[in-house]
Design a protein around this ligand. Sequence first.
Ligand code: ATP
Length: 357
Amino acid sequence: MTIEVQHIRKQFGQFTALDDVSLKFADGELTALLGPSGCGKTTLLRIIAGLEYPDAGRVLLDGDDASNRHVRERQVGFVFQHYALFKHMTVFENVAFGLRVKPRKERPSEAVIREKVKKLLELVQLDWIADRYPPQLSGGQRQRIALARALAVEPRVLLLDEPFGALDAKVRKELRRWLRQLHDELHVTSIFVTHDQEEALEVADQVVLMNKGHIEQLGTPGDVYNHPASPFVYGFLGNVNLFHGRVNDGVLASGDATFHAPQFADVKNGEGIAYVRPHDLDVERYVAGGEGVAVKLRRAHAIGPLAQLDLERADNAQIIEAVIPNERYRELGLRDGETLLVKPRRMHVFVDQGEGI
Ligand code: ATP
């Protein structure tokens, strides 16, 4: 099913939670609604579901205006952060629930229900705990059961609100891979809310980055990560070093250093900031007059394949983070306190257009 929201506005008293939001979700696509706390992600999800009504704007499902349709008529399945399984029912009965409460005319026979629940439990790889009760399950297992329960009624849209938010990092990572696989098997149009950028970039076909009730950018994970439309997007999607300075004909002068950014030769001259990701910095031994920013190595964490370096700029004491292959770190034989040169391999320059950056 395709979903389209058009010019959605939602106020809570004086507060504008959604400000003229328009978006399309393609059939069978997995979209992440990403953004900081309070930016309106959950409100948008609830409006698509029909749990909340917008003050203005429309929700189209498969091209039909569903704005006045009740949640039960929208054929959506939900999974929330707090799994909300029925504690007094077995796993099997939890998954069967949506089928058992269907109106008599639509309710499948007991044999069909049993077969369907069995298949769903196999799909989420938990058929072996069908007779257990929710308190006897781990958090990750409960979330998988919540997903099986949502899928039982064959929703045409699956909405997930921070589905893995309450779980620890390792389980989250496992479950998001698994969600992607499951989605690739079922192809149900799915939208999930998260404030975890790694989760969104790893799992989704399309990422919608929200900020203060509006959309900052939407695109594939590669688009938003590699071509951020605003400083907000850059800063939100991972660690970043900021080099403040003045841009003149594609060159940013920042303290004692200059940054050449030929791809931004056409950006306007003015106060600017170069955004550089830690892994886009090359680190070299210091040579007087060498190109780059002179820094002092404060501390290195060199565990695993990557070494994370905390560096202090020689000219203004700003702390910079660089991530380089551990091999390179060992090859350079770096010691704390040593002076080095860092050079951005890639950067993005945003110039103040008078609105602040
Ligand atoms: P989080 O990641 O913290 O869940 P979110 O991006 O999902 O945040 P929403 O839950 O959509 O944010 O809320 C957006 C804003 O609207 C918040 O500032 C919130 O306080 C406000 N809000 C949401 N629901 C209501 C309500 N029923 N009454 C009043 N204000 C509300």
